[in-house]
Ligand binder design. Structure first.
Ligand code: MRU
Length: 347
């Protein structure tokens, strides 16, 4: 069994970034060492590392790598290099806002740090490591607040991968489930497979099983059935971006789960850190990542769809605030109306 207490999805080893290679799970738990910035960029694009908070910390460490490997002679040269690297990182995956938040935090740190180019390098490398530690603390806070909403004996349906593998460690939605178990509550989990990239089947079911949870996998189209049968008490999902009025961008399929939960009077919770909140963008303006159609038409390297059939592959969807019972954050549990509760939490 894998010890998830000590597992780190993203780690800085002093000279490179160590990532759990999520493309190899669940068959092999292996690590990818990124020694160059380009390797890290490629790892984010290929979803070696994925999950909004994990992508954010990986991006911060990518900038730390740029700083470490830089030959810049002046702080201005280094800041220019970091700005250029930030542009490349921002183009990797457009929807999860944690990526943009993390890049900005490192750039701010660079701009505000006094001293010579070496002082700047050290400050940036240090900041990226602080962000990794903070991610775990934040998830524990989310878990603490969220576990108050969970009852002993609950069966919780969750979507995509939201645990250690989507963060540095512990998780958001899965962190809430972990925290409830730590309080002695007996919890069962229903995990959706999460087509097309199968984060639920490959990653969440792996993590839940290895961590000793009672987990049952369903395909995405079984959600209505299990709810209608009374098998589900609560839904908890994560988020990739939450706007100031409570629109939740999360893995494709989340929206239909929210509608089904609403139809069956099942509470629908979203667990996310402060870095997932985008208090600036209008929800209409947020870009939904379109991924390669190969994710949909190919299974294990074999084509399952006739050539010439048109295919869509949006990676995320949008759940409107009226379907959300509460947002579980590191600042506490936010209730509707979200425009007000989010404003109060972040003021
Ligand atoms: O495309 P992915 O695997 O990066 O998408 C991940 C999700 O949508 C998660 O549900 C989300 O990041 C919240 S998990 C902390």
């Amino acid at each position: 069994m894998v010890n998830f207490q000590n597992l780190r999805t993203v780690r800085w080893d002093g000279e490179s970034i160590i990532l759990i290679d999520q493309t190899k799970l669940p068959n092999k738990l292996t690590y990818l060492k990124c020694k160059t910035f380009n390797q890290l960029v490629d790892a984010i694009k290929r979803m070696v590392v994925r999950g909004a908070p994990a992508i954010g910390v990986a991006a911060a460490m990518g900038l730390a790598l740029v700083a470490k490997n830089s030959n810049a002679n002046t702080r201005e040269e280094l800041i220019n290099e970091l700005n250029e690297a930030g542009k490349i990182l921002r183009a990797t995956r457009p929807t999860a806002v944690n990526l943009f938040w993390a890049i900005q935090r490192i750039l701010n740190k660079a701009n505000l740090t006094l001293g010579n180019v070496n002082d700047l390098k050290l400050a940036i490398i240090n900041e990226a490591q602080i962000m990794a530690e903070e991610d775990i603390e934040t998830n524990r806070k989310i878990g603490y607040y969220g576990s108050q909403l969970i009852n002993n004996g609950d069966t919780i349906l969750t979507h995509c991968s939201t645990g250690t593998l989507a963060t540095v460690s512990y998780g958001t939605a899965l962190g809430v489930i972990r925290a409830a178990r730590e309080e002695g509550k007996c919890i069962k989990v229903i995990a959706t497979e999460t087509r097309p990239a199968l984060q639920g089947a490959r990653l969440n079911a792996f993590e839940l099983k290895e961590d000793g949870f009672d987990v049952t996998l369903i395909t995405d189209n079984m959600v209505g059935y299990v709810m209608s049968k009374g098998f589900v008490n609560k839904v908890i999902v994560g988020a990739d971006r939450i706007t100031k009025d409570g629109y939740v961008f999360n893995k494709i399929g989340t929206y239909q789960i929210a509608i089904l939960a609403n139809k069956h009077n099942i509470p629908f919770y979203v667990a996310a850190p402060s870095s997932t909140f985008d208090l600036v963008s209008d929800w209409h303006d947020v870009m939904i990542e379109e991924r390669s159609v190969d994710e949909v038409v190919m299974i294990k390297g074999r084509r399952i769809v006739p050539k010439g059939v048109k295919v869509l592959n949006p990676a995320f969807d949008i759940t409107p605030p009226d379907l959300i019972t509460a947002l579980i954050t590191d600042k506490g549990v936010l209730k509707p109306p979200y425009e007000l509760s989010i404003r109060n939490a972040f003021s």
